[in-house]
Design a protein around this ligand. Sequence first.
Ligand SMILES: [Fe+2]
Length: 382
Amino acid sequence: MSEQRQAAYAPPSRRPRGDGWCALVRRGARLGWFDASIAHSGEDVDARAQRWRACEPLVLRGAVAAGARAWRGEVGGTLALFERLRRGASFQDEVWRRLGAPRGSRFAPAGAACDLYDPREVEKVYAHALGSGGRALARDLYAKLAWIAHDERDASLRIRFSFGSESLLEWTKDPRRAVWSDRFASALFPETAAVLSQRALLARIERLAGRALRFSERIVYNNAPGGGAVFHHDAEPHQLGVLYSQLAGETAWIALSKRALAALVSAHARAAKPRSALAKRVATPARALRALEAEDDGELYRLLNEDAAFARTLVLAGHAFRLRAGDAVVLPSRGPDDTCWHSVFALGARPSLSHSYGIFARRRTRAESRGEPRRYDMAEAR
Ligand SMILES: [Fe+2]
């Protein structure tokens, strides 16, 4: 990409004229507007390897456009499914109807549950994968339906696929079972092929990672108008990043490496509120890096997610972009400090559809296998 125009921002109070302006609005927080017609640095083809290493987002325009077109019937079917779920349809009934089961499916019902301590969880449907003769090849795979936010203003839903006990991090320990969880997701949402049939896209990510990959821990997102996800990261044990594909509708993003975010948080807090307790906590980029891990820092949460002046800083630094149907973004991750932080805003008048897949090495090295898995703070809630 040769010359890039400078990022443009407008405050929440006035709607700018012209096409391409996107509102950064989420659950009542109005953070302003940015001009999405300006190319984002994450689109720079030549800079991809460098951005991967720096854990900056890679925006891949049209990377899944052919797939989204080819699978539009299934995409439409899934959007309709989410509408029924929002109106209270039984997730478990929908799952088994979709799979034509229990008879005729490679997956057998294994119960349903709801975690009463998680106010966002709606229903978790379990299945066993069956081999020939009905033998169970992988047990306790699940699809978990949950609200994205615990907020009545946000009707966004998502379905996460995984297996086993969440509290024991079983999903980090058994790559073979993960493959069956992936198959369960593909059986339930055939439009998975819209992403996984894009060989050029997958080969590109494998070149960046320098190894053969699998795309697991899949999530199907239905972001509803005015909703989205507050700033978080997706650093998880053994996860090299996330591939997020927009299959219908649009989302707006602010995404950047944790180190870049920490530097901006530190500079902004010191300049805007020099006497505040927050300015002291993030007095240097290194201290801001640590502060970002605190889940209970309300002042920092408000700066990241509800402060239009800080949103302006992020937009003008070139960290905002829009994904339209057919676009994808890769969010690289190597660990708790080297990971891409991101904030998502639903755009448009109707809920959208996107698929998010964790990027994992198909084979782990011995050292990786020995590493004791642990959850990292501020990771997206599972
Ligand atoms: Fe995320």
